[in-house]
Ligand binder design. Structure first.
Ligand SMILES: [Fe+2]
Length: 151
């Protein structure tokens, strides 16, 4: 069974002429707590939090009512993922040494810098209008507010 956000996005993609496909996933070997915490800091704390904010923005701005509804659901899902990531982050930091914590924080800061560069691109006008994707200046303001709120 697909996660809820994938079934929602797959249905929307089909409606707009897309052909969604399931991505292959690979098993990963057992990793250290620091490796897991570093990935969680980047993908969870930074990108899931951004995903929640981004989807909430789209839920307000998309001109297509079906997309607004879908993004509202996705925003809730992403917010729950982000909350779990932040809980895991705090738990893991409490179990790592000073140097491990510093490397995890460096991973998070690196993800912030990378994502800040990615969102500097202006979306196509149709995407901003129909799907409510924030324009570059709006994304920068949202991003700065997110960083101010969560560090
Ligand atoms: Fe997520």
């Amino acid at each position: 069974m697909l996660p809820r956000y994938l079934s929602v996005t797959a249905r929307l993609a089909r409606r707009h002429g897309g052909r969604p496909r399931r991505e292959a996933t690979a098993r990963v070997p057992t990793r250290s707590l620091e490796a897991i915490a570093s990935e969680n800091a980047a993908e969870g704390c930074v990108r899931e939090t951004w995903g929640a904010l981004f989807a909430a923005f789209q839920a307000e701005r998309a001109s297509d009512p079906a997309l607004r509804r879908a993004f509202a659901r996705i925003a809730g899902d992403e917010a729950r993922h982000a909350a779990l990531s932040w809980r895991l982050h705090r738990w893991a930091l409490g179990r790592l040494g000073v140097e491990g914590r510093a490397r995890v924080e460096a991973a998070r800061e690196g993800a912030i810098a990378k994502l800040r560069a990615e969102i500097a691109c202006e979306p196509p006008p149709a995407l901003a209008e129909i799907a409510g994707v924030p324009r570059a200046h709006e994304a920068a303001r949202l991003f700065d507010a997110m960083i101010a709120a969560v560090g």
